[in-house]
Structure formats: structure tokens, C-alpha cells
Design a protein around this ligand. Sequence first.
Ligand SMILES: Cc1cc2nc3c(=O)[nH]c(=O)nc-3n(C[C@H](O)[C@H](O)[C@H](O)COP(=O)(O)OP(=O)(O)OC[C@H]3O[C@@H](n4cnc5c(N)ncnc54)[C@H](O)[C@@H]3O)c2cc1C
Length: 325
Amino acid sequence: MPNSDQVYDTLIVGGGPAGLTAAIYLRRFTRSVALVDKGNSRLRLIPVSHNYPGFPEGVPGHVLLGNLTVQLERYGGTVMPGEILDLRIEDGLFVADYAAEDAEGDPTQLRAHTVLLATGVADAGLPIENWREAIAFGSLRLCPVCDGFDVMDKRIAVATADTNPVGHALFMRTYSSDVTLFERGSPSMLNDDERRRLDAAGVRLIESPLRSVTLDASMKPVLHTEDGEEYSADVFYPMLGEKARSNLALNLGARTAQCDELVVDDHQATSVPGLYAIGDVTVGLNQIAVATGGAARAATRIHNQLPPALRQGSTRPAQAGWTAA
Ligand SMILES: Cc1cc2nc3c(=O)[nH]c(=O)nc-3n(C[C@H](O)[C@H](O)[C@H](O)COP(=O)(O)OP(=O)(O)OC[C@H]3O[C@@H](n4cnc5c(N)ncnc54)[C@H](O)[C@@H]3O)c2cc1C
């Protein structure tokens, strides 16, 4: 149960790799931390990540999440399941409304000197049947930087994106000579220069707009276009975009960029004093390594900016295994 009289050093909103890593750092800096998580980390969608350093055989997203949670518990930290509904500043402190998972009644108020947002992004709706199963199977993929290497020489289908519509298809040519780009609407969103670049790279362009995507008996994607044609592929990258979950910071007037991503400085500070942000919710590359790197930077900055945490009555270094803050 949260203690509503306590003023935490830091409230962390979001328990994906960014939030959990920051919490581990802050607990090891002996700081009091409340970490609230709604349980929708994108890490849960990753069947196996092969580009996160330190795991030569790859690591399933849920395993990484579990390991980080156990590591946090070693230092007396816990994840508080639920959602932060509102964040405001009162008398120089951050005050958050916390709705605990499965709890009824009014939200609890949590107070903190600093807040670290690690709320991630929401993927745009995927108009594909059984999309969770398709992601788990590896026939539907959302992140060319993450897993392009893993689809070497496969038949790759990509849909045009709103910004830089041909960029992802050209990127995938590094991995396969069989890349097809599907237009998503009519009239075409491609200009002459983009068509020339596709042609030069040997990317096939299907101009009739994509109508729907189904899965065949072996879970491979079949792309249906407006003209009634069907195209089989081994993998499909829909590239429909995502939206940063930054509304708590927006309400405080924090500066944002495209897709509501938060703008932060070199220490992950937003434009609102005391409010920091890390991971996918910020401007930059959406990767686990970037999320954990930002967490290290933000946590260290927060610790150094808060009043010193002076250890009493012992000259020995701090030990793990304290009770929860
Ligand atoms: C299919 C797929 C495959 C991927 N593969 C890779 C890969 O191989 N390598 C790689 O580096 N990256 C990969 N990624 C990207 C990676 O998952 C993200 O970069 C990473 O999860 C970002 O971490 P995060 O902590 O910022 O956000 P998330 O992991 O999304 O966590 C955010 C958390 O905040 C919670 N939250 C949001 N709002 C609130 C609120 N108001 N109150 C409480 N909690 C809240 C959410 O429920 C969620 O649990 C992949 C992504 C997908 C979708």
C-alpha cells in the first residue's frame, strides 16, 4: 500500500525497461521511489530480441522484464500496479492521482520531489487479423531497426508511412532483394524523387492501395489490394506509426515534438523543472538500449540534483536488501 503522507524522492510512471532501470539506479543511490505501472510495456510483445547487448542467444521481452523486476526487488523496490491518472504541481511538489489495479473508490495521492515519465508509446491500431499471434510468430513486425537482420533474404512487404513513405522499404533492402512497398491510399503519397529511389534500389511498388491483410494457414501474411489482387509475403512491416503517451507532461506544459514525443535535454530533463522523461516517450530511437541508457542518465542527474542522501551511523557502504521505500 502506498503511504500518502510520504514525499517520495522520485515518482516513476511506467515500468518498462526505461522505468525499471531508472528505479534500480535510484534505489542504489538510496533514494525513495514509487514506480507505478499499467502493465502494457512493448517489451511484452517481443518474442525474442536479438539486438539487445549481453544476450548472445537473444532474450524474450517478458524474460528481460522479469529480470529487471527481480533486480529492482533486490534493492527494496517494487512495482505498484495501476495507473497515474493525473499529475500536477502543488506547493512545490508533484502530486499524482494513483488508481491502484483492482482497487475501487477514489485514487490515492502520491507526492514526490521529482517525476520521471517512462510511459512509452501506443502503436497505431493494426488492421490485421490475429495481430498478436502474428507478432509472436514473427510474420508481423513493427521495428526494422530491431529485427531487420532476422529476416535476411525473406520476402518482405512494407506499407508506406506518413512521414518518409519510402524510408522503411529502402532500409529493408539491406537485408533482402525481395522487398515490396504497398501504397496505403489513393492518390499516391509518393513524389517523383521517391519513385526514382525505389526504382534504383530495386524495390517493387504496388500502387493499388492496400485494403486488408490476412494470414494464411502457415501464419504468413497475405496482402489484399483494392484492385482485387493478393500478394504473399514472409513478413509484413505495417509502419502505421505510434503516439507517445505524454499527456501527463502535456498537461504541465512540457515541450513536445512530432507525435507528442517529449523534448528532453542531455540529462533527460523536460522543459518543466523537476520533470524528467526517458525511453520511447521521448524524441529519438525507440530501442531498449536507448531506454536503459536514458534511465541511467536521468537517475544520476536526479540523484545529484536532490538534497544529498547522507548515510547515518555507519562508515560501511550501503547494502542491498532494505525494506521498500
Ligand atoms: C514487436 C516489437 C518488437 C521490438 N523488438 C525490439 C528489439 O528487438 N530490440 C529493441 O531494442 N527494441 C525492440 N522494440 C522496442 C522496445 O520494445 C521499446 O523501445 C521499449 O519497450 C521501450 O521501453 P519504455 O520503457 O520506454 O516503454 P514501454 O516498454 O512501452 O513501457 C511503458 C510502460 O508505461 C506504462 N504506462 C503508460 N502510461 C502509464 C500511466 N499513466 N500510469 C502507469 N503506467 C503507465 C505502460 O503500461 C507500460 O508498461 C520492439 C517493439 C515491438 C512492439
